[in-house]
Design a protein around this ligand. Structure first.
Ligand code: GDP
Ligand code: MG
Length: 800
């Protein structure tokens, strides 16, 4: 609880003071020290300041200041009710004491650092969570929370999005700043990459300006050791006033020491802690000082940020800082002074003030490193340069990329087919058991056809999905994905996007939902929305089972090629859509392409497997949830009303196979629905069962295959054959198979492109903030799917 939330007459004990260092110090000098008791003398809700009594003195604080003090209130009764028995009061004060101990022994920490510096790995090691770790920027798009106990403390840890600075330029930067403003963590853990200090310490200088409690995790320390560089990190820490602890968050080395240090800083007993000023040079410093003094004199501005930090941000014309300062009565004057100072600095330096400040900060960093860092021969860098010479080469880059994608699909299909066979025979065996040992009736049919037929039909694709995820994880974790984005940059420009959009698109091959969420790293709003809208055309892994089924059945000889063609078709449609949107809806706005190329790292097997498995787990969960329910619903819709007990049993056989029957009395609900919609799908060569499968796939695309699984069982003669064979078999009612090569092709194209699954539509609406974009996606994608499937079907009929 915060001090400003107490009401008149309430008593409490002080737990901690948050906010910037100078503010904490001032309050401590006023007597606000942890463990001390305080009483509210006068608190009129609309009135500022509030009067308190502490150590018998009367002090008053502004509401914003009181908000920065965490307290544990005493139990009301023990504070006011004198008639209570003595023991009772004692019990209650013990309770308050415990509450105090608990809050006092909770440390809130926030992980802040550049993209890719290992924040999520550190978070995982510390909290035991299984967040996705990737080797490119923009994976962490939201704050992840975790907590754990260490030493005498409970730690609440949050993994913030990666940022290079604290400008309010990209959504991530803004997010981190607002977090620091609103949540005021007790200790900031600034994660920096040991082998790329020049770049990483820039953010550190901004955090130093903020004057918050901070510890630096010098991460990837294994790499600096390998490279032969030597860093005197203890000296560096003393120089910048922030304790530095080397860590290897991939293996967990140094993590204990890191948390010991955090505790020491929290308890205020670390020797290296000190507030330094990152000197901005004789031209800029006077401007900072003038503004800082104005802000300091103003008591209305909230104390989350140090005046120096706000002053520097104001000089940088930062909108967020302006809005923080705008509560001041003096706002207009402050801005006037700011404008004058900026003008003077720019006149003297002949450079705009923002880049002048940045150069000064880099100067500070170079200076600090010059004294502490001894360069060795840089093994990692050399290796990286060598690989990059090929991978990002104008000539080879693109073919290498295509080859890797092809290899991925080949592995997905070919290697995946072995475990797939095993699972298939296991399911067949279970189905047989059910057939033999269960008494006849609808229950047996439900288990055999609805559950085993439906869920079993999808679960066999688990190996394929795991392999696809393994390949994607490898490309991410090794650093290749960032290169892919790099070589794609020029091509992306052609469709009005830039390289940064490429990674969400590739992620879409896994699942469109996280892919759409990861677009938050794209600075330009229109590029972001375009990237979101074209994402569903990236064929997600939920569509994979359908491809595996139909390609395996009808195009077995050219499987990998067919896969590639389908994925490419999705990409082409996405590209055309992007161009159209750029042309007719969003006017061009290009942000320059800034993307770090992280050094290549051989990902550990453990990390790869963990990432792969976390996805596989989701797949299995879906299997037990939405797919199971959908299978049963589809089965029931197909089973009733024709299987009502009152009907003669001999009817079943013919009805299941028959579809030319005109008498609607003998149709199942599903048949009715499929036949009702089918006229729309008939031009694509679709049989009504295919149509039903498409309809069933709207909530989640996996359900397409499980629906086919349910629809194509029950015929005694061919029931022991795999689903693919059943699709190919001649339908006794029509005298020809339901699926031909041409109609299978049309169905493939349709499934690739039509209406995104429900989760994706929800993600689109949430991320764009407008339901219209979700609606557009449903209508446009379905229309495109129909038109292209129609074209493909007609062409295939001509060709075959
Ligand atoms: P984040 O973007 O800051 O969350 O970074 P991640 O935790 O996703 O890590 C990015 C990449 O760096 C992953 O491939 C990790 O396996 C790798 N990584 C993280 N910590 C270390 C480390 O201490 N040493 C080495 N060599 N690699 C690391
Ligand atoms: Mg991360």
């Amino acid at each position: 609880m915060r001090l400003d939330e107490l009401t008149t007459g309430q008593k409490a004990r002080i737990v901690k003071i948050v906010g910037h260092g100078a503010f904490r110090k001032r309050l401590m000098e006023m007597g606000f020290v942890k463990g001390r008791d305080i009483e509210v003398l006068l608190h009129a809700p609309m009135k500022d300041p509030i009067k308190y009594s502490i150590l018998g003195y009367e002090v008053s604080l502004r509401k914003t200041e009181a908000h920065m003090i965490e307290v544990v209130p005493f139990n009301e009764a023990s504070a006011s009710d004198e008639t209570k028995s003595h023991t009772n009061t004692l019990v209650e004060s013990v309770e308050s004491h415990n509450a105090f101990e608990e809050s006092h022994h909770t440390i809130n920490i926030a992980l802040i650092g550049n993209p890719n510096c290992g924040k999520t790995s550190l978070f995982n090691i510390a909290s035991g969570a299984h967040e996705h770790v990737g080797n490119y920027s923009g994976v962490t798009v939201d704050a992840k929370h975790g907590s754990f106990n260490y030493g005498n403390y409970k730690f609440n840890i949050v993994d913030l999005p990666g940022t290079y600075s604290l400008d309010s330029y990209s959504p991530e930067e803004l997010y981190v700043r607002r977090y620091l403003n609103g949540q005021t963590p007790d200790v900031i853990v600034n994660v920096v990459v040991a082998s790329n200090l020049e770049r990483n310490l820039y953010l550190t200088t901004e955090l130093i300006d903020m004057d918050r409690s901070m510890v630096i995790a010098l991460n990837m320390f294994d790499e600096i050791e390998k490279s032969g560089d030597r860093l005197n990190y203890e000296l560096l820490g003393e120089m910048i006033g922030v304790p530095i602890v080397p860590t290897v968050s991939r293996s967990g080395k140094g993590i204990d020491k890191l948390f010991d240090t955090i505790i020491a800083v929290y308890e205020g007993r670390h020797k290296a802690v000190r507030h330094v000023h990152v000197n901005l040079g004789p031209e800029i410093e006077p401007g900072v000082t003038v503004l800082k003094d104005l802000l300091k004199a103003d008591k209305i501005i909230p104390p989350q940020f140090s005046p120096r930090y706000l002053a520097i941000k104001l000089l940088e014309n930062d909108k967020e800082a302006e809005s923080i300062v705008s509560v001041s009565d003096d706002y207009n004057h402050i801005i006037e002074v700011r404008d004058k100072e900026v003008e003077e600095i720019e006149r003297n330096l002949k450079e705009d003030v923002t880049s002048a400040i940045a150069s000064e900060k880099y100067g500070f960093i170079s200076g600090a490193l010059a004294e502490t860092l001894t360069k060795g021969t840089r093994q990692v860098e050399k290796q990286t340069k060598l690989i990059d010479a090929f991978v990002t080469n104008k000539l080879f880059g693109f073919p290498i990329f295509i080859a890797l994608m092809f290899l991925t699909f080949w592995a997905t299909f070919e290697i995946g087919s072995y475990p797939m066979d095993w699972i298939e025979s296991a399911i067949g065996w279970i189905a047989e058991l059910v057939q033999e040992h269960m008494p006849d009736g609808w229950m047996k049919d439900l288990i055999a056809d609805g559950v085993i037929g439906g869920v079993g039909g999808v679960i066999v694709f688990l190996p394929n999905i795991l392999i696809l995820y393994l390949c994607i994880s490898f490309m991410e974790d090794s650093g290749y994905m960032a290169r892919a984005a790099f070589i794609m940059d020029r091509i992306m420009h052609r469709i009005g996007l830039h390289g940064k959009s490429f990674i969400p698109l590739i992620m879409g091959f896994g699942c469109n939902v996280p892919a759409i969420m990861s677009t938050r790293s794209i600075e330009s709003p229109s590029s972001r929305i375009i990237t979101i809208l074209i994402n569903p055309f990236m064929s997600c892994s939920a569509r994979l089972p359908i491809y595996v089924l139909l390609i395996g059945t009808f195009f077995e000889k050219h499987a990998a090629l067919m896969f590639l063609a389908l994925y490419l078709l999705g990409i082409v449609v996405a590209a055309v859509t992007a161009r159209l949107l750029r042309r007719f809806y969003f006017k061009a706005d290009e942000t320059p392409f800034v993307m770090e190329l992280p050094p290549y790292r051989l990902p550990t097997g453990k990390a790869l497997l963990r990432h792969m498995w976390s996805k596989g787990e989701q797949y299995l969960k879906k299997m037990g949830g939405v797919i199971l329910v959908a299978s049963i619903v589809v089965w029931a819709l197909n089973y009733f009303p024709i299987h009502n007990e009152t009907r003669p049993a001999e009817n079943e056989q013919t009805v299941m196979a028959d579809d030319s029957r005109i008498n609607p009395e003998n149709d199942s609900y599903l048949q009715m629905l499929g036949k009702f919609v089918n006229p729309v799908m008939e031009p694509l060569g679709m049989h009504w069962r295919g149509t039903v499968a498409m309809l069933a796939g709207v909530p989640a695309k996996e359900i397409v295959v499980s629906t086919l699984g349910v629809l194509y069982t029950g015929d005694e003669e061919i029931s022991d054959q795999a689903l693919g064979q059943r699709l190919k078999a001649t339908n006794p009612a029509t005298g020809k198979p339901d699926f031909t090569m041409a109609s299978a092709l049309a169905l493939l194209v349709f499934v690739l492109l039509y209406c995104p699954c429900m989760a994706t539509v929800i993600a689109i609406v949430k991320e764009t903030g407008r339901w219209q974009y979700g609606a557009f996606s449903v209508v446009y994608n379905t229309a495109v799917a129909w038109i292209l499937a129609f074209g493909v079907y007609r062409l295939a009929l001509l060709a075959i």
